[in-house]
Design a protein around this ligand. Structure first.
Ligand code: TPP
Ligand code: MG
Length: 1012
């Protein structure tokens, strides 16, 4: 018995056209196999089969109009349909995860219980000076101490939570603080100890410190203009060393490697370590910041300049944290989609405390917690200073960050005090020491480290008699030695160990350090530390002594590097540690296999005319993706990334087809579950739906676009956005993408100043191509017709993902519907499309006067219409050129011109513009939906008269027709301007131009749109 497959609920649409029939009589279908594609004027979507079986008869054909309930085909069901799992896959996964989590929690509870039982009973001390009834407080605290020692922390937490809830219910609406006291999160007795040789590690660290400082000082001695930083790494050396010696696993043939985002200004430290490892030599260190000749070391982490070394560009403050979050998220995405193994790899990001003020730094921390990124560890180096002075002179950056991160749901580990403080804190029976720690502001903490022990005794411990007493047996020197947590390898080790074991949330380690640690009077903890790049002889001698660097005074004066013998215990130790951790870091490699570009015929359907049917290039693009998703090679590698605009671009069909990535699957039945384009979230979903978050979407795109090196898998990310909210919104990230050698597609949809009609000034883009052109490895196109898009896209796939060229593509698509012609038969057409221009039409009837008309994007169509008027009404011939990319033409022109100037004696080359237009007749007039500067770019590469038109000025909302009239790029203006150009060139009489201006009601006195 056959069954009928009907058109499902397709939302608000009726009478939708069938554009493809994918099943035929006799086909064996599985559930979810696409059977037809339907297309409304907004989007195209495949209808999948809901029945498995053999097709008996197909009831629809291409061109039919269908509505909900219409019969698509008759099918004889196979047995496969019978037994369906009543529990959906996602739900089943969620149940499994919940069960696993419960089991883990139970284990954890038992562990905590055991460790607590060992602990001696201690009474928590009351520290609040405003206490109205200290005895009552003491009672409560003693009770709590008893609970902790008898029943453990979990029980104590539970009781406190219940008390707070009770207080809320009783009306005590006092905000609950997100802060803990200003002490280390990990108590000394819970610290996991390192098994490393602390003496050797200290010696190695000292050498790295010395060489890092020496390379900056030497470079500046030679060329004082070069700059560089000593203070940042000096504050962070221990944070890096503990990671390098014990935690960060490199990529090798057995393991994917941890990914470490190094703080940009600490680059000298990474070079200094690589020098000891034998990866860099003295000559290279001496070429720090001298990168023009090969072999130089880049100022900051730049993969473009050191492609085998640096993995991530971080120096533009705020990009590192955001990129790291999305990197960790993308790693989970690849794992959940089954594209890489789950090897427990981590993403580490080192950040400055000043850097945390960048909105981008904290902007995505909510996402990291929501997505449970326990593969992510932030280390914020809180040296309390930024470039000009203190980060929070009047407050405490560590406490502020703790509050924000805890509030967002992160696991927070504060590493404030070093081991020398442990006994003082233990002996602080009255709580006054912690009270001063809490009360002292960062400005004071900084000032203390710029002075000496006596100052600290007076200003810090001297505040209360109890604390004065606490340090009475310590000398000023002892007090000075009281170290900060971030400089204590034991504390740092314990924090890293805890962070790597944390499950279910991201971790931030907030470490307190001293900016310019060890640099002495000129550079330690002073407001100018950041820019200290020169150290005089006394400072250098101090630095040597401070870290026991085995150099003579003479060697110090010569600022010599120090590298122990290869057989020395230091070098052996250092290499052994890295060997144990799988190799060196940072290191950038790629073993990704290329993806074969799809055969040309996959896009054949875009090379024929659409006939009467009108569609936008955005719709053509969605059709193209739908087709690509059927290519077994390409399909799994596509990563569509959308910031809440899928419906704007007609891409909602992707929700059902490939699912939206959601690490927890879908815990609810979506409101539109009965519809074909229902909002389907899935753990293995393919679409990254980022919400209204362009910066996040771009960060995701960068993660996907560099997966070939970070995960050794070539992916094809396609990020689609409103073109106006692209480059100008996320420009710095796009620049970092170029540096990262990203490969993928950026699609600026709803593009053009007059093509996105009603949206107004903030939406209408007339310059994204110009901003994109500032990025050297960004290839850009502004196509008009569907076949141009197909040719460009396929070539992009070939260049980037098959040939592994380190470029990325920016393509604009529009939302104006029009019919698309067949691709011209001229064999040079494809080459022209890719190089930037080709002749699309010629009017040749009169052979008297001719003009060259260049049009781009939708304005090409205005140009074609104008040419027809010129021919029919004014007997003027023309050649019309579709310019797919003024940017690409300019690049070619620039290169050719440069070659010719540098090789005056050789045969001169011809630019592509000149090849096209050199022998053509008449002046040139060019127009696009972008500023005149767009088409002006090619003006130098032709010696003919050249006139540019464009959409300079603020956009505004109106109809397309009115906007094009306003910006003077509509058919009528183009006719009038053409006649004027010809008159100016003395090819026709000026009266024709004057008449046309009058005929079309063009007001010659109207101000230029830039002034309106
Ligand atoms: C977006 C951006 N703005 C400004 C700078 C210039 N800059 C470089 S380092 C720095 C101060 C950094 O302070 P912090 O983050 O605390 O790092 P530290 O060196 O103290 O570890 C500034 C303002 C930059 N690199 N990037
Ligand atoms: Mg700082």
């Amino acid at each position: 018995m056959s069954e009928k497959l009907l058109v499902p609920d397709i939302g608000d649409f009726e009478e939708v056209e069938v554009i493809e029939v994918l099943a035929k009589q006799g086909d064996e279908l599985n559930i979810n196999d696409p059977v037809i594609t339907i297309e409304s004027d907004k989007s195209s979507v495949e209808i999948p089969s809901t029945i498995a079986g053999k097709v008996e008869k197909v009831e629809v054909k291409v061109g039919d109009k269908v509505s909900r309930g219409d019969i698509i085909l008759n099918i004889v069901p196979s047995k496969q349909n019978k037994k369906e799992n009543p529990i959906p896959k996602d739900t089943e996964n969620i149940i499994k995860q919940a069960e696993a989590a419960l089991a883990v929690k139970k284990d954890e509870a038992e562990v905590t219980q055991q460790s607590i039982q060992k602990k001696e009973q201690s009474t928590i001390q009351a520290t609040n000076g405003k206490d109205a009834d200290p005895l009552e407080t003491q009672d409560w605290l003693e009770s709590l101490s008893a609970v902790i020692s008898k029943d453990g922390n979990q029980r104590a937490h539970f009781l406190i939570k219940e008390l707070i809830n009770k207080a809320y219910r009783e009306g005590a609406n006092i905000p609950y603080t997100q802060n803990t006291p200003y002490i280390n999160t990990i108590p000394p007795e819970a610290e996991v100890k390192s098994n490393g040789d602390q003496n050797i590690e200290r010696r190695i660290r000292s050498l790295i410190r010395w060489n890092a400082a020496a390379m900056v000082v030497r470079a500046n001695k030679k060329f004082p203009e070069l700059g560089g930083h000593i203070g940042t790494f000096a504050s962070a050396a221990t944070l890096y060393d503990v990671g390098m010696n014990h935690f960060w696993r490199a990529k090798n043939n057995k393991f994917g490697g941890d990914l470490v985002y190094f703080q940009g200004h600490s680059a000298p430290g990474m070079y200094a370590r690589a020098f000891l490892e034998g990866r860099l030599n003295e000559k290279q260190l001496d070429s720090f910041r001298q990168e023009v000749n090969s072999g130089g070391l880049s100022s900051y982490p730049h993969p473009w300049l050191m492609p085998k070394f640096w993995q991530f560009p971080t120096v533009s403050m705020g990009l590192g944290p955001m990129l790291a979050i999305y990197q960790a998220r993308y790693m989970k995405y690849l794992i959940n989609r089954g594209l890489i193994k789950d090897e427990g790899r981590k993403v580490w990001a080192f950040l400055g405390d000043g850097e945390m003020d960048e909105p981008e730094s904290m902007g995505a921390i909510g996402l990291a917690a929501r997505e449970k990124l326990d593969n992510l560890i932030f280390v914020v180096n809180c040296n309390l200073q930024r470039l000009d002075g203190p980060v929070r002179g009047n407050g405490k950056i560590i406490q502020e960050l703790e509050g924000s991160f805890r509030g967002a749901g992160w696991n927070v580990i504060k590493v404030i005090w070093g081991s020398y403080w442990d006994s003082l804190i233990t002996n602080d029976k009255t709580g006054h020491l912690v009270k001063i720690m809490n009360e002292t502001v960062d400005g004071e903490y900084q000032a203390m480290k710029a002075r000496d022990g006596a100052y600290v005794r007076e200003k810090f411990f001297g505040k209360y008699p109890e604390t004065q007493e606490l340090v009475s047996s310590l000398s000023d020197k002892d007090i000075w030695r009281l170290n900060r947590g971030g400089h204590d390898p034991h504390k740092v080790y314990a924090a890293y160990d805890k962070a790597t074991k944390n499950q279910g949330s991201p971790t931030v380690i907030i470490a307190k350090t001293i900016k310019g640690y060890g640099m002495g009077k000129t550079g330690e903890s002073v407001n100018t530390t950041h820019q200290t790049k020169k150290l005089d002889v006394d400072d250098l001698l101090y630095y040597r002594d401070r870290f026991d660097v085995p150099l003579t005074d003479e060697q110090v004066r010569n600022i010599e590097y120090f590298k122990p013998d290869e057989k020395s215990p230091e070098i052996k130790y250092l290499k052994e540690r890295r060997l144990n951790l799988g190799g060196y870091l940072p290191e950038r490699t790629t073993y990704a296999k290329p993806i074969k570009a799809p055969s040309k015929d996959i896009f054949d359907f875009m090379k024929v005319s659409t006939g009467e049917k009108e569609m936008s290039t955005t719709m053509a693009m969605v059709r193209m993706f739908t087709n690509l998703l059927r290519d077994k090679n390409i399909s799994p590698r596509l990563v569509p990334i959308i910031p809440d605009e899928a419906r704007t671009f007609g891409m909602e069909g992707f929700f059902q087809k490939i699912g939206i990535y959601a690490h927890e699957g879908q815990k609810y039945e979506p409101e539109d579950s009965a519809q074909l384009s229902s909002y389907r979230e899935d753990k293995s979903g393919q679409v990254l739906e980022e919400g209204i978050n362009e910066a996040g979407a771009m960060s995701s795109w960068i993660a996907a676009a560099t997966a070939y090196t970070n995960h050794d898998i070539e992916m094809i990310p396609i990020y689609i956005f409103y073109s106006m909210f692209g480059f100008q919104r996320i420009g710095d990230l796009a620049w970092a993408a170029g540096d990262s050698q990203a490969r993928g597609f950026l699609i600026g949809a709803t593009a053009g100043r007059t093509t996105l009609a009603g949206e107004g000034l903030q939406h209408q883009d007339g310059h994204s191509h110009l901003i994109a052109s500032t990025i050297p490895n960004c290839v850009t196109y502004d196509p008009t017709f569907h076949y141009e898009l197909a040719v460009i896209f396929r070539e992009g796939l070939r260049r980037m993902h098959e040939k592994k060229e380190n470029v990325f593509y920016y393509i604009t698509t529009m939302n104006e519907n029009y019919s698309h012609p067949e691709m011209p038969k001229d064999i040079n057409c494809e080459e022209g499309i890719l190089k930037g221009m080709y002749k699309i039409k010629e009017f040749n009837k009169f052979r008297k006067t001719k003009i060259q008309l260049l049009g781009s994007g939708t304005i090409l169509r205005e140009m074609m219409a104008a040419a027809e008027v010129l021919q029919n009404e004014y007997q003027i011939d023309s050649e019309i050129w579709s310019v797919t990319s003024f940017n690409e033409l300019r690049k070619d022109g620039m290169e050719v011109e440069r070659y010719n100037l540098l090789n005056p004696d050789k045969e001169q080359k011809t630019s592509f513009v000149e090849k096209c237009l050199g022998k053509s007749e008449g002046p040139i007039m060019a127009a696009s939906d972008y500023m005149r500067m767009n088409s002006d770019q090619i003006r130098p590469y032709t010696n003919k008269s050249f006139y540019s038109l464009g959409t300079d000025g603020f956009g505004r909302s109106d109809t397309r027709k009115n906007l094009r009239k306003f910006f003077e790029v509509d058919k009528e203006h183009l006719v009038a301007y053409s006649l004027s150009v010809l008159a100016k060139e003395q090819l026709i009489a000026s009266k024709y131009a004057k008449e046309a201006i009058k005929k079309y009601n063009i007001d010659g006195e109207k101000p230029i749109p830039t002034k309106l």
